[in-house]
Design a protein around this ligand. Structure first.
Ligand SMILES: [Zn+2]
Length: 384
């Protein structure tokens, strides 16, 4: 297998939007990432509360939450990113109902298994290998990051797991956004290589939960989650995979406490199931004229945006920097020190619950309003 795989995806009429993106939290480690014209589903888990998953060796775990939407309500997808093949990350519903031609970027182990299940386009990566997708003018590079699901040789008893780094690039091959997803991993030595290779990560999705089976911890708990933030140093971190199964033993409130104790509150955004984190990327990263000049900031005049299926846009002011409320959303203003290019401005809006009732999805199907998840208060996001 070659190290660089490339795939062209059907492009969209209206081109890639490098300015706005969103993270919609479905539940467990399932999110919808929308940016630069791509719609990406992670670790599809659509079982409902009360359903059981098999974790191997006859062990099962019961789901405690519902997904924020059912698999039939998903918008059209470009690809799926899968950290590993466990029932709480790729369940029987995904196996039955996902389009078998959907590209699935995952471990080699999972890719081989998915092929046997009839999926035709899985891409199995070894650690540090990259799969590349082109869609119109945008390029998405997905690189496999090290992950370790259990301490020591015990990891051999569990399916191999990977983290993922998603790099969204413009036609000029400038990286507009870097998103890191940890996968189910414990803190381990090889993770230190990630910030060495990628010192600038915008957003990190942390698989927490402190999963315990037979007394052994298999995913990061509160303290390890904080350690991961300190090690990876993302601009913003969002915990996921924290309350969905009986084997998740480290509640989110423990992580919130540990985050406060570490003074990292401004770096963390909390999402409940069904909430969207919308963000705006400074033009200095993606606009041909904006790059390399301080005028870049001028190009990101915030405006009220037309609501999309999953996200209403942010309304705020570039000049006063306060989070003005618009459509029930608050927004944060962040000043980023560009890499020698002066200051650029990035806005990260606070998460927003999907409006009640239903909205029309891109596939014409109605997207149900979110189901009740554990309510987590979220302050407007801070400055970087
Ligand atoms: Zn898991």
């Amino acid at each position: 297998m070659s190290e660089n795989r490339e795939m062209m995806l059907p492009s969209v009429m209206d081109g890639a939007d490098f300015q706005h993106g969103s993270i919609f939290f479905v539940g467990t480690a399932t999110v919808l990432v929308r940016y630069a014209g791509f719609t990406i589903l992670t670790d599809p888990n659509f079982l409902h509360s009360g359903d059981h998953v098999h974790l191997g060796y006859g062990m099962t775990s019961r789901r405690l939450t519902n997904p924020a939407l059912d698999i039939e309500a998903l918008p059209p997808l470009d690809l799926c990113v899968l950290s590993h093949l466990h029932g709480d990350h790729f369940d029987r519903i995904a196996e039955k109902k996902l389009n078998t031609a959907l590209p699935i970027v995952t471990t080699r182990h999972a890719a081989a298994s998915l092929r046997r299940k009839g999926f035709t386009a899985p891409q199995g990566l070894k650690t540090w290998e990259t799969a590349t997708f082109r869609k119109g003018a945008a390029t998405l590079r997905i690189t496999s990051m090290p992950g370790k699901h259990a301490p020591g040789p015990l990891s051999l008893l569990l399916p191999p797991v990977m983290g993922s780094l998603l790099e969204f690039q413009t036609a000029g091959e400038h990286t507009a956004l870097r998103l890191y997803i940890t996968g189910d991993t414990l803190i381990h030595e090889h993770l230190r290589e990630i910030p060495r290779r990628y010192p600038e990560i915008d957003l990190a999705l942390l698989h927490l939960g402190g999963t315990r089976i037979l007394g052994l911890m298999l995913t990061m708990d509160a303290d390890q989650g904080v350690e991961a933030i300190k090690m990876i140093r993302p601009r913003t971190a969002i915990p996921i995979h924290y309350n969905d199964y009986t084997v998740f033993k480290s509640p989110l409130r423990d992580f919130q406490k540990a985050v406060r104790a570490a003074g990292l509150e401004k770096k963390v955004v909390y999402l409940s199931h069904g909430e969207t984190y919308g963000f705006e990327v400074p033009a200095s990263r993606w606009h041909p004229q904006g790059r390399g000049t301080t005028a870049a900031a001028e190009a990101v005049r915030p405006e009220r945006q037309a609501p999309t299926s999953y996200q209403s846009a942010t309304a705020t002011s570039a000049t006063n920097g306060d989070g003005r409320r618009g459509s029930g959303i608050s927004a944060g203003l962040a000043l980023l020190g560009g890499a020698g290019i002066g200051a650029a401005i990035m806005y990260w809006s606070a998460p927003q619950k999907m409006a009640g009732g239903s909205r029309s999805g891109a596939n014409g199907k109605s997207i149900p309003s979110h189901r009740k998840g554990s309510a987590v208060e979220r302050k407007p996001s801070g400055r970087f």
